[in-house]
Design a protein around this ligand. Sequence first.
Ligand SMILES: Cc1ncc(C[n+]2csc(CCOP(=O)(O)OP(=O)(O)O)c2C)c(N)n1
Ligand SMILES: [Mg+2]
Length: 402
Amino acid sequence: MTVNADGAAAAAPYPAAPAGPPGPGREPEPAPELVQLLTPEGEPVEHPEYAIGESADEIRALYRDLVLVRRIDTEAISLQRQGELGIWASLLGQEAAQVGSGRALGPRDMAFPTYREHGVAWCRGLDPMQLFRLFRGVSNGGWDPADHNFHLYTIVIGSQALHATGYAMGIQRDGAVGNDPAGADGGTAGEAVIAYFGDGATSQGDVNEAFIWASVFNAPVVFFCQNNQWAISEPLEKQSRIPLYHRARGFGFPGVRVDGNDVLACKAVTRKALQAAYAGQGPTLIEAYTYRMGAHTTTDDPTRYRLQSELEAWKLKDPIERVKAYLVRAHGADAGFFQQIDREADELGERIRREVRSMPDPGPLEIFGNVYAEPHSLLAAERDQYAAYLDSFADTEQEAAQ
Ligand SMILES: Cc1ncc(C[n+]2csc(CCOP(=O)(O)OP(=O)(O)O)c2C)c(N)n1
Ligand SMILES: [Mg+2]
């Protein structure tokens, strides 16, 4: 069954997307459809195109991911409040969208994140300490994207959609598309690209240009938009008069809206879109309909622009609680299982606090080693100049001491 956004409102309200204004010769927008496999209460939902294909153990593993990713996030907020991190962009509420899509990726797929994809980073195997080094300001930039097929965080809104599309066109030209037409081997032979961005990013020129390039060149890229309803203080209504996933049709490729708080649905929808890309069918836009339960970042105060009642409604759709209910009811998970995951989360929290507090600051010249892979004469000259400048303070200090 396809759950329509208005239909779901009876059990747990999903606010309807704004319809275009009716006028002469204008058809009203069709009601948005939402792919959901697990209701907020943890009841399985039948769908004609998608099904829950995971074993009990696989669902337990997804639950573990969700809990540990949330713990990374809550520890980060506390550490920022204690002055240990410069800033943090919380993913609270978006764990299912990230874990579902992240676990759908095959080993060869390349992910291009924004600055909020801590859950995808986790699924790609990036040590969370890499994220903390970045947000503490001691990493001089990030990590090697090739290590985990997970690109650097991107602050410039939407620009990674173009990077991802260019990368996808590159692997297409390398002959990687069509190696895994049926998505056999769990996608291990397939190769595609996924670009993450938010609802606000869909208003950026870069994202629209990426849609055009991807469509025209049939690039193997999945556009994964986490519609968390807000772009800092700008509500979705200021970005679009139609559901975001409907936009894909105008660019010439399919769009699908999935319940972004349903990890199983997010995984199934992303898997299918990747398989289409593997098989040479081109791009898909996935709109993961979700909610940013926290502030935009630790420097933001959402109480200044949104109502508490909105947050309360979304708390009832918590991505973790529904998997927990489903595991108990359908797979007999007992208290011992949940306690074991909580213990693991506590251990992760302790490790994060311990290691973040003891992260060394980089030396002032280290940044020069992070610019180019090969030596560069101009950069070497700049480095020497800066080293001499730093040395000049040593003289001053010596003089002052005499
Ligand atoms: C090109 C550009 N313009 C503006 C900003 C400032 N800015 C940072 S986050 C943000 C909102 C992004 O909203 P959305 O795409 O919905 O992502 P979310 O933060 O909600 O995940 C803006 C405007 C920026 N980083 N880059
Ligand atoms: Mg947003």
